[in-house]
Design a protein around this ligand. Sequence first.
Ligand code: BDR
Ligand code: CA
Length: 308
Amino acid sequence: MTARKVIIDCDPGTDDAIALFLALASPELDVALITAVGGNVGLDHTLRNARALVGLTGKPIPVVAGADRPLLGSFIPEPRVHGRNGIGGVTLPDGPPVTPGLGSDAIREVLRAAAPGEITLVGIGPATNLALAVASEPALLDRVAEIVLMTGAWAEGNVTPAAEFNAWNDPEALAIVLSCGRPITLATLELTAQALATPDWIAAQQGRGGACMEAAHTILASVPPSPRLGGRGTPQHDACAIAWLIAPELFTHRAVHAAVDLTRGPGRGRTVIDRWGKLPGPRNAALLETLDAPGFFALLARRIAALP
Ligand code: BDR
Ligand code: CA
């Protein structure tokens, strides 16, 4: 099996933490680079968390600091879900030092050294770093096989009635990425609502592995169950994007046109996802629609338990 080479751009983030563990535990993926972006909490926290999570896995993966604010407008974090430090107030041992450089430059460096179609970009935070990378050197886009994003919703948002958090945080960046011409896969809120970690599942993970599982358990246990989803648990949004690359048989999908609302009103950040082919736009994205939740949670538990 040849591992797929990926770059993960993230804003850990309680669910980003679980996604990073899943990626780093999976032989199907060769994680070449992790870039941090301001999102759930400020860049100082997301960078520290990314380093700490990588440190727990023991993998020598560079972690580079990216943008601390969106392309336009001001930065607004989401500490209600993720706690003030982004991982529910949980204290992790400090990780390896940050790799010098700027996130979008580091992404372009990996692309420049790659063969055509060799790299998969995974975005599980606001799309700022990815947009800066692809917009500043579009000639490198031929190195990109696919861009997998946890972003958007085809119906209701989670941060405003219209918008999902990552899309709302930097809609201009998302517009750049959605229109870059490479194949996009979208894990939206409708998909991630099916990846609901219940209190019972979280409790069952206690003591099942080493330090990584202990961290995963403590972080997940810190997250209040989502009122939007009936208080039944906490959605593992970001791990869905990673699981798609590891076990695509857990998903169904369809080709859609996807765009994002850049207006300044209440619709800002809404993703317009044309599931029924009503608009003339090109089918620029594969929309993940259904998830085999038992299969997904079995994969998560098995892989994270195998980490140190
Ligand atoms: C997305 O926003 C963040 O709160 C999560 O980490 C996820 O990436 C869900 O809307
Ligand atoms: Ca995230």
